[in-house]
Design a protein around this ligand. Sequence first.
Ligand code: 4EZ
Length: 228
Amino acid sequence: MKIAILGAMREEIEPLLTKIENLTKHEYASNIFYTGTLCGKEIAMAYSKIGKVNAALTATLLIEKFGCQKLLFSGVAGGINEALKIGDLIFGEKLVQHDVDITAFGHPWGFIPESGDFVESDGELNELAKKVASKMGVKIIGGTIATGDQFIASEEKKEWIKNTYKADALEMEGASVGYVCKCLNVPFFVLRAISDTADMDAGFSFEEFLVSSAKVSANFLENMIDEL
Ligand code: 4EZ
C-alpha cells in the first residue's frame, strides 16, 4: 500500500524528505513529487504550495497518478481553541471551507449544493494518532479545522470563524484535501501543529514558529507511519 504525505510549504515536508530512502524526483503539473520508502513503507510526497486549489490538485495527483491509497497531511495552523498553544498538535476530525459563501441563496456558510460542508476524516487514522500520542507521551486533540484561501491575522475574523464553524484551528488546505480524498474514497488524516493564534501578531508568530512547529507535526507523522 502506497501512502501519500502532503504538506503545503517546503518547510512542512522537509523534515521527512531528508529521511526518504531510494528517493526519486518526478516533475509534473508545475510541481515536484518525491517517491521512495519511509519507515520501510512505500510513499509518495509533495508540498502543494499554499491554498485550496494547489492542495486539491496535488492530492488528486498523489492518488490518481502515484497510486496512493491513504493520504496524510502534515503542517502548521493558526490556533483558535484556547487550549492550543504554539507547538501543540491538532488533527482534523471535521474540516470545512470557511470562505465558501452562497448565503445569498439561503444556504449556510461553507455549504456547496450536491457537495456539502463538513468533511470527516478517517476514524482509524484518528484512533492511531491518539494511540501514538499516548505512546510518545505528547498531547494531541481532535477537532474542527476551518480552511480558506486567506492567512487570518485578525481577532475579528478569527472570532467569526470560531462562531460560525465551531472551529478549533484554521489553515489554507485541509478541507480541500479532505474533500478530494472523500470523493476518491481514500482515507485521510490532517495533522497540524500550531504556529500562531490567527490574531494581529499572527504574521510574526508564523515566521518565528513555522520551522519548529512543522518539525513537531512531521515528527509525529513519522511515528504514525511507522505504525501503519
Ligand atoms: C496555510 N498555512 C499558512 C501559510 C502562510 C505565508 C507565505 C498555515 C497557517 C495559517 N493559515 C498557519 N497560520 C495560519 C493562519 N493564521 N491563517 C491561515 O495552511 C504562507
